[in-house]
Design a protein around this ligand. Structure first.
Ligand SMILES: O=C(O)c1cc(C(=O)O)c2c(n1)C(=O)C(=O)c1cc(C(=O)O)[nH]c1-2
Length: 223
């Protein structure tokens, strides 16, 4: 592993939201039903913006090979047809937890801090270079392990949620591995000099801040 790759991996190791107190409480089974519903509703705001930020990235990619790779990400979330894809599966997670899909789709109850955090990520992808935008997605190197921990925690501690609702996470484990493997190869290829490497590390650090700030807002609650 190159020094640069080790440096990249070290960023989420120390700052990814697997360390956030809200996630630690989730995994320990300490969240109330209300807190878990608040997380699902607010995280939907993040989920529905992922294909939007991916479309902004795709518009900057200059070859058919790269655009095909990125198009798959959009389809993972939006599905190839009505009733398919990650966004639909997240809506079903909401329903399994007693949240009507109309409520999630309305955006009602999304906390101001969550809106700002998500806007920050979308704007990084809108305004940044392809290298920065792809580097920011590398938090996904750590997401599959976190999802496995989350699935175990839900099955053990939150049995009031229908296990069918967990399909989003089950499918996402492999998707996240593929996404992060492809993104890492691109970042290692594109970041040729030290200035580029530093920009990639800064973008990944910023993305860790986005996820952390999102959970800070959910943890604090309000509204
Ligand atoms: O539940 C999580 O902890 C988590 C984290 C992340 C992440 O690290 O950004 C993503 C997801 N989930 C996720 O479901 C997802 O589709 C996703 C896409 C991306 C991205 O930056 O392109 N991150 C994430």
């Amino acid at each position: 592993m190159s020094d640069f790759e080790a440096e990249l991996r070290a960023v989420p190791e120390k700052r990814y939201h697997h360390l956030h107190p809200f996630n630690l409480r989730m995994h320990a089974g300490e969240l109330s039903e209300q807190e878990l519903r608040r997380w699902i509703l607010n995280r939907f705001h993040y989920q529905r913006h992922i294909p939007i930020k991916d479309a902004l990235i795709m518009a900057k990619l200059e070859t058919p090979e790269l655009r095909r790779m990125w198009l798959r990400r959009i389809q993972d979330h939006d599905g190839a047809a009505e009733g398919e894809g990650g966004i639909e599966r997240w809506l079903r997670l909401g329903e399994a937890a007693g949240l009507r899909r109309e409520l999630l789709l309305s955006g009602e109850g999304v906390l101001p801090g969550v809106r700002l955090a998500v806007e920050g990520y979308v704007n990084l992808c809108r305004l940044g270079s392809p290298l920065e935008a792809v580097a920011a997605s590398l938090t996904e190197l750590f997401a599959p392990d976190l999802m496995r921990t989350r699935i175990d925690a839900f099955e053990k501690h939150y049995r009031w949620i229908d296990p069918d609702g967990l399909r989003y996470f089950r499918i996402r484990v492999d998707q996240g591995r593929q996404d992060s493997g492809e993104a890492l190869a691109l970042v290692l290829d594109w970041a040729r000099d030290r200035a580029d490497q530093e920009r990639a590390i800064a973008a990944l650090s910023y993305k860790c801040d986005v996820l952390w700030a999102l959970l800070d807002a959910v943890d604090r609650g309000g509204s």
